[in-house]
Design a protein around this ligand. Structure first.
Ligand code: SAH
Ligand code: SF4
Length: 380
């Protein structure tokens, strides 16, 4: 107990894992909250009820305790490195009609684009020249990119850049995933969005959650490092649903988990809906870090849209991955999954400087979670 603090202390004091907590008239940290955070940090299994309890706190003091515990777990299991992944959004054409997304098929107001194969290769080569070790190729579900075309593209990028390569192009067949893996793709990102089967079906125009989860299993079976994730604050989503999302993360033990707030897009059927809450999204992130220990958690761009410093707050609350957008600017402004996205940018230099100010550093490696992962690149 520190002297100066115990003098002002109106009531009881606790000292857990380095934080001194005071109980005075103006705030109260519940003992049960401390107990659960401490148990999670110590690696004890938390129940769904416990997860929900931590998730629903309204107290800033409690939130602070949770986020700091998450930051310590990140430090203990992953150290201070931040992994950068350069994202190339190569097509905004999509055959799906997800209610939440600005790229949905029925959005006629969006200017559509599809980068040429040569443009995509050159964007990844520029990313490699800038020092990135990973490129993420993301798009809507665009059937022009057949199995063969994407296979050739992957081969060319791997041969000419040696980058670790992540794909995020939605639900495709087992054969597609298999050939792309054989062509050299290392990772695949496919968020399940929400673990509620009913909400999922409603938001994704009748598609089934089980199909998504099957696709995630195929990807794992094929030897990809698999990323998934959710959105926080979807219309109709309850806190219990979010607790179940976190349980899914734990059960499937994904290698990367993207947790971002839902942001209402004016050109979708969800126009005017409330955005997801910033603080709650941070809590989902923090609990996920505490439970999953060493997984890769990006500081999502959507957090940066809700608050200018949002991604940096996420990096201090358990996140260890930053995903700068390197899509050529003429195309980037049309990749409007949600409003405000294209305005978010940060140069590599700015990121590195900021990282240092937080006591962190940019990783020189590819940031694979599993040391056994087989990559055809030289940086693995
Ligand atoms: N078509 C692919 C990849 C592009 S969409 C796919 O659907 O998997 C990438 C991610 O954007 C989605 O997984 C979803 O989580 C996120 N997203 C879509 N609309 C959003 C919105 N309105 N607010 C926040 N995130 C959104
Ligand atoms: Fe298409 Fe992905 Fe947007 Fe759904 S979330 S409409 S699949 S780009």
């Amino acid at each position: 107990m520190r002297g100066a603090e115990s003098k002002t202390c109106g009531g009881r004091s606790w000292d857990i894992t380095g934080c001194v907590l005071r109980r005075a008239d103006h705030f109260m940290v519940r003992e049960k909250f401390l107990e659960k955070v401490k148990a999670g940090e110590a690696g004890e299994k938390l129940s769904r009820q416990d997860i929900c309890f931590l998730l629903t706190t309204q107290e800033t003091q409690e939130q602070d305790i949770l986020l700091k515990a998450s930051d310590r777990v990140r430090q203990e299991f992953l150290g201070d490195e931040i992994h950068l992944r350069a994202v190339v959004e190569f097509s905004n054409i999509c055959v799906q009609n997800c209610l939440y997304c600005g790229l949905r098929r029925d959005n006629r107001e969006l200017v559509r684009y599809r980068m040429t194969l040569a443009e995509i290769v050159s964007a990844t080569q520029e990313a490699a020249a800038m020092g990135f070790k990973t490129a993420v190729l993301q798009s809507g579900e665009d059937p022009w990119f057949t199995r063969e075309r994407l296979s050739d593209l992957i081969r060319e990028i791997k041969e000419t850049t040696g980058l670790a390569l992540t794909l995020s192009v939605g639900e495709r067949t087992y054969q597609d995933y298999r050939d792309w893996r054989e062509a050299g793709a290392d990772r695949y990102l496919l968020k399940f969005e929400t673990s509620s089967p009913l909400l999922y079906k409603y938001l994704r125009g009748g598609l089934e959650l089980t199909h998504r989860l099957n696709a995630l299993n195929w990807l794992k079976e094929l030897g990809y490092e698999v990323g998934s994730g959710n959105m926080v604050g979807l219309p109709g989503q309850s806190d219990e649903d979010l607790a179940t999302d976190i349980e899914f993360f734990r059960q499937y033990d994904y290698d990367m988990i993207g947790i971002g707030p839902f942001i209402a897009h004016p050109q979708t059927p969800l126009a005017g809906a409330r955005n997801g809450e910033f603080e709650k999204t941070l809590r989902v992130l923090a609990i996920t870090r505490i439970l999953l220990r060493d997984t890769n958690l990006p500081a999502t761009t959507a957090l940066g849209v809700l608050q200018e410093d949002g991604r940096w707050k996420a990096l201090s609350a358990g996140a260890n991955v930053f995903m700068p957008d390197v899509t050529p600017i003429t195309y980037r402004r049309h990749y409007q999954i949600y409003p405000g996205k294209a305005q978010i940018s940060a140069s590599e230099e700015a990121i590195a400087n900021r990282a240092v100010s937080l006591g962190r550093r940019i990783s020189a490696g590819s940031g694979f979670r599993s040391h056994s992962h087989k990559s055809s690149g030289p940086n693995s």
